[in-house]
Design a protein around this ligand. Sequence first.
Ligand SMILES: Cc1cc2nc3c(=O)[nH]c(=O)nc-3n(C[C@H](O)[C@H](O)[C@H](O)COP(=O)(O)OP(=O)(O)OC[C@H]3O[C@@H](n4cnc5c(N)ncnc54)[C@H](O)[C@@H]3O)c2cc1C
Length: 484
Amino acid sequence: MNFEYSEKAGEIRARLTAFMDEHVYPNERRYDQEINAGDRWQPLGLIEDLKSKAKAAGLWNLFLPDVSGLSNLEYAPLAEVIGRVTWASEVFNCSAPDTGNMEVLHLYGTDEQKKQWLEPLMAGEIRSCFAMTEPDVASSDATNIQASIRPDGDHYILNGRKWWSTGAGDARCKLAIFMGKTDESAPKHLQQSMILVPMDTEGVKVKRNLLVFGYDDAPNGHSEVTFEDVRVPKTNLLLGEGRGFEIAQGRLGPGRVHHCMRLIGVAERSLELMCERANSRVAFGKPIAEQGVVRQWIAEARLAIDQARLLVLNAAWKMDTVGNKAARKEIAMIKAAVPQMALKVVDRAIQVHGGGGVCEDFPLASFWMYARTLRLADGPDEVHLESIAKMELKKNKRGGCLGEKMMGEKFSFPFPEGRLPLIGACWRCRISPLALEFRGATELWALLGDQPPPPALTFPPPKKFFLFGGGGGKFPPRGGGVGF
Ligand SMILES: Cc1cc2nc3c(=O)[nH]c(=O)nc-3n(C[C@H](O)[C@H](O)[C@H](O)COP(=O)(O)OP(=O)(O)OC[C@H]3O[C@@H](n4cnc5c(N)ncnc54)[C@H](O)[C@@H]3O)c2cc1C
């Protein structure tokens, strides 16, 4: 693996840095002034102006590989630069939750859905929200969600109460991607679907904008939104009934790299501020920078940031080389590690700033709020740690059976239509030659972890059979099947 900037990423990074120096940092105060001057939920003149400049400079939609031509590994250092100012990602049309929603539309939208919603989102003309979390259930386990999507002729009727729908408070928010249940009798992960809901549909109501440690995050906000007998055409459904979890998985991988790299930008800037402050203030007869404990915090921050950056680049590299699914442990690792790292660095930078650290004269207080919420948003730390533990334990389970692992991998997914099935057999960690002949056999081992291929390829009487979907020669196969 090589984490050096590619020529293209290095060139864009230089231009992005120059843009930040010229247009973003000098306007940090103006942003606060504009927000506080008028209606907090209307778009800011400053942002609209900077968006035009960024578009003209070709620094636009950098997050989407098919458009920017940048891999996850190439985009990651750009997200770090952007993350140094919390509102800057919108300037480059690279802000959550629009980025995740654009990815969904790009990957799973029909031509019509793309025309109606993806085009204006990519142009930065409208904004969107993602409505999954509900106040009434523990939504870190998304199988709990209760919102319903019921068929009614050629329409669906939606009901549900959502909260923490980021961006719903923004006057430009025209679209919600709504997650609800279409079939409560289906297997646990096949009950949910996602559907596109225009925000001006009758029955959609933004009830309130929640405060986060006292910040309203205007003009985007995090809202409680109710959906009461909301009627939308069936053509608004994404991908198909019961495919909500599949979409959620596709949506989250790159988004976590973006979040984590922006947080590394936050931590890096906090360290810079910490050093500047420590060098410039004198307490008890010597610069704060000469206090042993502060020197230790600075050194520890450098160690922590560089470790975290390498972890994220590794996850991005793995996503680029073996795919998001095979990189899911690395993705969980960064989401668990980076917010905690950033929070600690920001906290120490605040401490070095004394009272100044918690007020609006420095970006540190809002950095702290931002890093703290990312220990929850996009799944709490504990859920990611649990996934990592599960994968480690499974990998090291004595006497574990490869066939069982494969079935575990595949069984929760629907068998896709129109794809060729492949029959294989497992007998205590051996796999049939039939399966090994499959074109993606090498990737198959990668998918199953670090376990080497079984030494013997004899075909003893199988104890278990499994059937899984081939991906038209692609691997990992899209879909799964039944075992008997
Ligand atoms: C600023 C912000 C923005 C957000 N934006 C959005 C958005 O745009 N759209 C959206 O749909 N949601 C959004 N969310 C919601 C976020 O994704 C959820 O808050 C999160 O998934 C946790 O769900 P919950 O709040 O229901 O907590 P719960 O599910 O009630 O969990 C509470 C706590 O239980 C513990 N816990 C849960 N599971 C485990 C486990 N397996 N092991 C150990 N402990 C566990 C954890 O400590 C967890 O924090 C946002 C949240 C915040 C704070």
